[in-house]
Structure formats: C-alpha cells, structure tokens
Write a protein that binds this ligand. Structure first.
Ligand code: ADP
Ligand code: ZN
Ligand code: MG
Length: 497
C-alpha cells in the first residue's frame, strides 16, 4: 500500500484570516432601540412598569382590539425630541406616523405604528473618542414607534406577554460610519452616556430597555462601494456587540478570501458559542406596505415646546469633558472616564469645590473609589462617601497628618462607617509617625532582623531596599512616611541619602 502525502494549504481561521485581510476595511452601522421611560405607554394609558405579572398592563388599544384608537403620549414625544436635540439632529417640521404591516403573534393589530419616510429627526452627529483623537459618527434618523408583545417559547407552545406591547420605543439609526468593532463599542458607550445624562431611558441592555442590531460589511481598502452587509441581532451587552462584530468581520473576510460571496442576511449572535448563526435571508425579507396612520393626524411642533425641551437639556458629556480638561487640567483620559457618568462628574465637581487639587481627586476617584464601587457593586450615588469626607482625607494626606498608605485603608473605613475621617484618624490612632526616634529605632531593628537584604543592598542590589521599606511599613502599620523611611535606611546602610 502506498501513501500519498498531500500538503494542504492551511485554511485561514480567526485572527489569521483578518491579519491576512488587513487589506479589508470593516464598515458598521448600528440600529439602537431605546425604551423611553414614560409613565404610560405610547398610545394608551397603560403603565410601563417593568417586571409586573404578565398581561396585567394591557387595554383594548395595546391589545389591538378592533375599534380602539391610539392617542399619542406627550411625554414620549418630549423624550424623543430631547434625544434628537442631544444628538444634534434636525427635527421634522411635521410629525407623522405610519403603519408598518406584518403578521406576527406578538403584534395583535398586524401592524406596528412607526414612522417611515418622515422620522421625528434626521442628520445628527455623535462624537466618539478613539485613543487621543475624535471621530464624528453621523446619525441617519431617530424615530418613534411602539414595541411589540414578548414571546416566551416553550417546548411545544409559546406564551405571550402583552405588557411590553405599546411601550414607547425610539429607534436611533447611525450611518455606516464605524470602521471597527471597537468604534461600535465606543459609539454605544457614548450614546448611552448622553441618554443617561438627559434621563430618557434606563438604557439597560439586559432588561431590554436598550437593544442593538449591528449591520456589518467589509470591503477592499480604497473601494468606495459598500460591501454586502449582514445584520446581527440578539446581543445582550455592549461587549457582546463587540465580540459578535469581531467574529462576523472574520467570518466575512474568510468567505471573501475563499472566493465566496457574502449573503445578505440577518444573523443571530449565539452568546454561548460566541458565533453568529443565520436567522433569515434577504429573500424572506418583508414588504411592510407602509402607509400613513389614519388614526393619528399629522401635526407641527410649537416653537415653545421645543424651546422648553432645549432648556431641559443639561451640559452634555462632551462639553463637560472639554471644560474639565480646561478648568481642572485633567488628562483627556481622566476627564472622559469621570464625565461618562453624570453622577460621577457631579461628585467630582463637589470635591473640587472643597479641595484644591483636582488631579488628586481624579486619581482617588478613578483608582481606589472606583475599585471599591466595582468590587461591592455600588453606584456613586449610593456610595457612603460624602464629598466632604473624601476631600478632608486628601487634605490630611497633604498636611502630613496621615500617609497615603493609611489613606487607602482609611477610605474603606469611612465608607463602611460614614464617619468623619478626622475623628476616625484620632480614634484609631492612624496619624503619621512624627517621632523621629521611633522611626530610627524601627529602621535599625528591621536592618538587624533582615541582614541578608541589608547585605544585598550594600552590594548594589537596589531592589533590596524596597523589601526593607516594606518591612518598616509593616511594623508601623503603614503609619510611617515611606520616603522618609527609604532615606533613613539608605543613610544607615550606605551612609548616603
Ligand atoms: P435595512 O433596510 O436592511 O434595514 P438600512 O439601509 O436601513 O438597511 O440600514 C440599516 C443600518 O445598516 C444603518 O445603521 C446603516 O448605517 C447600516 N448599513 C447599511 N448598509 C450597510 C453596509 N453595507 N455595511 C454596513 N452597514 C450598513
Ligand atoms: Zn394599553
Ligand atoms: Mg435593519
């Protein structure tokens, strides 16, 4: 028997495929559905409360009974306009709704009231920060529509909850201006930050108050025409969106590399396997037969209505970030991190009004305070740390009352007890050791007890000093000034400073 050895050309997979295909450009456009936090639904008076028992928040309108009539919720319109203004969009002169017709069990009327050719707003801009530079992502349109019911598929039947039917949704559609999964991620975080600032939605992807469909195609670098896109659904976090897009860009690159075509289709992201899988192809796409909703008459915005909304918009993250850089001399990075959440930005400014070193506040905030919040899963607004207390603690470090090391543990103690830091320092005896003779004695003792390290340092092993400093800090429970200790040790070991 003879064996025939065939040397196969390895199939390109994953990262290899995309690195081979560095000649491709990724193109991404996102469609975000946002549940607006109105008290009642968009075309009826039913409550929008999340988590109520199934089908308890329904009425003839949102159940699609024949003869029932929709009435537009003024608050939904206000919130929609607020988003449009915050995203620098042009608002439509005339507000009109259209019927989007299709059959599906979660849609009892067989049509969804939406907006077709005359959306609430168009042509907006959202700035994202990529590294040290900025990029403007164009917003194509923002329109108002109603949500559908929610299906729960069981083994051999499906259940439906109409509580979600008629919830106000705002669809925000970007232009295909993003060129990497990372940019899509930045777009979503920047968008969420703005939406939270203007307080229009919970923006909770897990609870479904923010949903994102991601459209992606690739093309040869330098090409003008867009490639064939796929649309990905079913991601439940911003990270998920990024991962799905990473997978999908590689999949598309592999197809093109293999001489195959990309099929225009909708794909579902499988969060367990981290892959995208086909859901439906373009051939199955619907013709929605849009036509103007006859039960809602078109109308104009009054100038005063829009003016009032304008006035209700607070300073947004981007201008705030620029102001923080200018007024507080924070780095781009620190200010971006701090302004991304309005409560954090407000907290920072309160501290900055009490204590004159904004950089130190930023360091502590983004360092130890954030770490504590993350570990204990608390938001800054629920954190038991008054701006006065953080500021006092920083002042005590500056004036030498406590060491930076002690401050780290003191911070946790303040948060745990809510007590005044000055009182805590007194009660627990946390003051920095100012008694030089005590430091002299401790450093000498540490040298005696660690002859090997002392010898190492004398022989030029610079690192050995850090070990000895650490020992002294241990002995003094962090109450010694490490710089001073370092100096003293050096003097004793080498006779030099
Ligand atoms: P559809 O009719 O399939 O919904 P649209 O043209 O309305 O497609 O666009 C929907 C979204 O897809 C928008 O966010 C848009 O920016 C994006 N998009 C459109 N074409 C492409 C493409 N070739 N590649 C990537 N994204 C695209
Ligand atoms: Zn209702
Ligand atoms: Mg689409």
């Amino acid at each position: 028997m003879t064996f025939l050895y065939v040397i196969a050309r390895p199939r390109l997979v994953g990262a290899e495929a995309i690195s081979k295909s560095m000649s491709y450009e990724i193109v991404i456009g996102l469609e975000v559905h946002l549940q607006l936090n109105t008290k009642s639904k968009v075309f009826c008076g039913c409550s929008t409360n999340f988590g109520s028992a199934p089908n308890t928040q329904t009425c003839p309108v949102c159940l699609g009974f024949p003869g029932s009539l929709p009435v537009l919720n003024r608050q939904a319109l206000e919130l929609g306009a607020k988003v449009a203004i915050a995203l620098n969009c042009q608002i439509a002169k005339e507000i009109r709704f259209d019927r989007k017709n299709y059959f599906y069990p979660d849609l009892p009327k067989d049509y969804q009231i939406s907006q077709f050719d005359q959306p609430l707003a168009q042509r907006g801009i959202l700035n994202i920060i990529t590294g040290e530079s900025e990029k403007k992502i164009k917003i194509r349109r923002v329109h108002l529509e109603e949500d559908t019911g929610k299906l729960f598929h069981q083994k051999d039947h499906s259940l439906i909850d109409f509580n979600r039917s008629g919830m106000p949704l705002l669809e925000i559609v970007s232009e295909p201006d993003m060129n990497s999964p990372e940019e899509a991620y930045l777009y979503l975080t920047a968008l969420k930050s703005i939406l939270e600032y203007i307080d229009v939605s919970d923006c909770n992807m897990e609870e479904g108050s923010l949903r994102c469909d991601a459209n992606i195609s690739i093309r040869k670098k330098g090409d003008n025409a867009l490639g064939t896109k796929t649309e990905i659904k079913n991601m439940n976090s911003f990270k998920g969106v990024k991962l799905a897009l990473e997978y999908e860009s590689k999949r598309q690159a592999e197809l093109l590399e293999g001489g195959k075509k990309i099929i225009q289709e909708t794909r579902l992201y499988n969060t367990e396997k981290c892959v995208t899988e086909p859901m439906r192809s373009k051939e199955e796409a619907h013709d929605y037969r849009y036509f103007p909703e006859p039960d809602l008459v078109p109308f104009d915005f009054e100038e005063s209505f829009l003016e009032k909304i304008h006035k209700g918009i607070p300073e947004l993250p981007e201008p705030k970030r620029n102001r923080f850089i200018k007024d507080y001399r924070l780095s781009n990075y620190d200010s971006a991190v701090i302004v991304s959440d309005k409560d954090t930005a407000d907290y920072f400014e309160k501290c900055a009004g009490l204590y004159g070193n904004p950089k130190a506040i930023a360091n502590w905030l983004t360092g130890d305070v954030f770490a504590y919040m993350k570990e204990n899963n608390v938001l800054i607004k629920d954190l038991n740390l008054k701006p006065e207390h953080l500021s006092d603690m920083l002042k005590m470090i500056d004036s030498g009352v406590i060491t930076g090391k002690i401050a780290k543990t003191l911070l946790i103690e303040i948060i745990a007890t809510g007590a005044d830091p000055r009182r805590l320092v007194k009660e627990k005896g946390l003051e920095q050791i100012s008694d030089v003779s005590l430091l002299e004695a401790t450093t000498s003792q540490v040298i005696r007890e660690n002859p090997k390290s002392a010898e190492d340092f004398k022989n030029g092993k610079e690192n050995a000093i850090m070990f000895l400093v650490g020992k002294v800090m241990q002995q003094t429970k962090g109450r010694a000034d490490p710089n001073k200790v370092n100096e003293m040790l050096r003097e004793k070991l080498k006779g030099v400073k």
